[in-house]
Each structure stands twice: as C-alpha cells, then as structure tokens.
Design a protein around this ligand. Structure first.
Ligand SMILES: *Cc1c(COP(=O)(O)O)cnc(C)c1O
Length: 401
C-alpha cells in the first residue's frame, strides 16, 4: 500500500494541529481515493507460506489479523498520535475498554493505584470495585489537593489515574505537579482526557505517561459511535498494553474507526466553536442560577490552573438550582436542548447526574464529588449561542427562577 505524500512522522509532526487532524495517518490504496477507505476485513492473505511465517515472526511488516492490526484502525491511531503528541496509540471499542485495559495491563495483584476521586461513574466503579477484586489496592484522593497524591503513595504504588476537568464537577487536577509526584513513586501516570480533548489539553506534554480517551465524545462529536483510545510510548504500548490487549481483544471495528477518523478532520473547528458557545452561555446563565461552574470563567475556583493547562474552558458547564424537583422541571421545559446523558455532541445536551450518570454511585460518594440533587450538567454543542441562552432562560423561568 502506498502512503500519501508526507506521511512520515518527520513531516507530519512539523504540521500544525489542524493539518494533523485533516491529513495525519492517511493510508491511500492503489485506487488513489481522496476519502479514506473502510477496510472491513478480519484477516489478510499472504503471497507465500514463507511470507506468512515472516509476518508472524515479526520479521516482515504487514498485517495478520484485525484483532491485532487493521488499515482503517491504523489510520485513526496515527492521526490521534499526532493530535496527542504520542509515539503510539491503540483504539478500543469504547472509552471504558480503554480505561480498563490501560490500568489492568499495567497492574497486577499486590500493586496499589491512587486515583482522583472525581471520576466518570464507571471509572469510579473500576477503581472502587473491579480492580480490588483482582488484588489491586486502590486509594481515592481529592485530585485538586496535590499533597494528597503525595500522602497516598505506598511502596507498591504503580499507577496514578486522574481525569481533568472531571465529570461532572469540573474539578481541575494539576497534571504537571501530580505527574512529578507519581514519577517519584515510580508510578505510571494515566490521564483520562475525554472532557478536554487533545484540542484543548495535551497531558503527555505536561508529563503524563499514558492518555486514555472516550472517543465517543468530542472525537466522534456527532453522537454516533462508541470508541476509545490508549496512547503512550511505543515501548509501553508494545511491552505492557499489547501484552494483554492482543489476547483480550478490546479492539474497535473498522467501520466505527472510519467514523471517528472522518470526524477528527473537524475536531479543531468543532471543539473551539463549542468552547466559544459555552463561554457565552455560562456568562449569560451565571446570574440566573444558585451557582455555576465553568473552568473558563474567573469565578471557577481553579480558573488560573485550568487556563494554564487548557487552551480554552471546555464545552461542559455545571449549574446548580435548588433541588431535584427544580432540576427536573428545568429539563422537562427545555424546547431545543435535549435531555441526554451523552456529551461532546454537536447537539447541546443536558442531564441530571444524581438521577442518571451517577445514580449507581452511593449518595455519600456523590456528595464528596460535589454532585448535589440540584446539579445539572450541560454539554454545549454547535447551535447558535443565542438560541441556547433563550431556551435555558425560558426553562429556568418556567421552573420558578
Ligand atoms: C464517557 C466517558 C468515559 C467512558 O467512555 P465510553 O465511550 O462511554 O465507554 C470515560 N471517561 C469520561 C471522562 C467520559 O466522559
């Protein structure tokens, strides 16, 4: 297969981020297609028995089986490497497959993990319940408190896991400071970068070792497919991640990989426009609610840190009304914005975390994560900001605010 002009890393890494998102990773077949092909194939045929043997020995480059490699999946992996500034990437069937394999491929029974407590609901279940079942001890800390990470270290600590900004409380963790503490302890520092996306934040450049993603969110960006990604050094991906994932098979289908690949072409435009909308909506809404959290506003308690490590405030706003009844009343009166627990879509979506995404998290843990009964999470999309503000204004008024 012929690679498109300038495919070598030496050339692609000289491109700016928007060029990388459009052109990075393209593999062009002998037909010269402009839009990348979908290779729906589970296997590959060889010219000779000797060639098959050489591929299996690793002496000859080339693909052997789609649990291990696929051309469409390889395109999106290379494009994401360029966006995150990573040496290597493997796509997964969902964000949770990425989180689970990033941690379980690295940790063994007897090891210890420290995690920021403000995590996506299923990530919290992974840390609190699933990993301990396999003999991995876990400690959760207030991720905003850098000293708490240092205090939680043990001689057997082998990984730090954090999400910033967090879902849905929008806590910010100082990636560079926490990565230093993790490295002192000999821990692998894993960052869930789903909320910010590589457009706004590049954890590897700040010192993290591994980035794990839900590509379901801003990468697809149009609410169609589930997907995930794990990125890190060539050595860690080959020796640690693939030592497990080659055999457990959490891979992304070629079709879903193609959807994400084509969406990445517009990720820079989409995320920047959604951030501009979110800033406008947050500014208009702040005086209308009991409390509002948006990392791009000076009123966010960690605004300075957020602006140091992200290039904009993000696409998610947390707003607080009186109680569950008022929060549900706001949702039930929305005319434009959908009630949905997804996020990072071109459509603005709103949810009540305490009764949906975090309903399975015990109430005490919810409170510790700042998820109150009156909290609403708004994922700002690509509509006109004025229409979003008008919809929220009429819904708040109808709910008695
Ligand atoms: C959605 C999400 C996940 C899980 O991703 P799926 O693609 O739904 O499996 C993990 N972390 C964060 C921060 C998320 O928003």
């Amino acid at each position: 297969m012929k690679r498109s002009t300038g495919h070598d890393r030496a050339v692609t890494t000289s491109w700016g981020p928007a060029t990388r998102a459009v052109r990075g990773g393209t593999l062009r077949s002998e037909f010269g297609e402009t839009s990348e092909a979908i290779f729906l194939t589970s296997g590959y045929a060889y010219d000779s028995a000797g060639q098959a043997a050489a591929r299996f020995r690793g002496d000859e480059p080339g693909m052997t089986y789609s649990r291990l490699q696929n051309p469409t999946v390889a395109m999106v992996e290379e494009r994401l490497c360029l966006l995150e500034g990573a040496e290597a990437c493997r796509m997964t069937a969902s964000g949770m497959a990425a989180m689970t394999h990033a941690l379980m491929s690295h940790l063994s029974a007897g090891d210890h993990l420290v995690a920021g407590r403000a995590l996506f609901g299923s990530c919290r279940v992974l840390v609190d319940t699933i990993l301990p079942r396999f003999g991995i001890a876990t400690t959760v800390v207030d991720g905003r408190d850098t000293d708490a990470w240092a205090r939680a270290r043990r001689p057997n600590t082998r990984a730090f896991f954090l999400e910033t900004p967090s879902n849905p409380g929008l806590d910010i963790v100082d990636i560079a400071a926490v990565a230093d503490i993790g490295h002192d302890a000999g821990a692998l520092v894993v960052v869930d970068n789903a909320f910010a996306s590589p457009v706004l934040q590049r954890p590897l450049a700040l010192g993290a070792d591994v980035v794990a993603h839900s590509a379901t969110k801003h990468m697809d960006g149009q609410g169609r497919v589930l997907a995930g990604a794990v990125l890190g050094s060539e050595r860690w991906i080959n020796d640690t991640y693939l030592a497990m994932a080659r055999h457990t098979g959490p891979v992304l289908s070629a079709f879903n990989a193609w959807v994400v690949l084509k969406s990445l072409e517009t990720i820079d435009l989409r995320v920047r426009r959604a951030c501009a909308n979110a800033l406008e909506v947050a500014t208009a809404l702040e005086p209308r609610v009991a409390r509002l959290l948006y990392p791009g506003l000076a009123s966010h308690p960690q605004h300075d840190l957020a602006m140091r490590q992200m290039s904009a405030g993000g696409t998610i706003i947390a707003l607080f009304v009186d109680d569950r009844a008022q929060a549900h009343a706001v949702l039930d009166t929305l005319e434009l914005i959908d009630i949905s627990n997804n996020l990072g879509d071109s459509r603005s979506l709103m949810t009540h975390p305490a009764s949906t995404t975090h309903a399975s998290v015990p109430e005490a843990v919810r409170e510790e994560m700042g998820i109150t009964e009156g909290m609403l999470r708004l994922s700002v999309g690509l509509e006109d900001a004025a229409d979003l503000i008008a919809d929220l204004d009429q819904a708040l008024r109808a709910a008695g605010r």
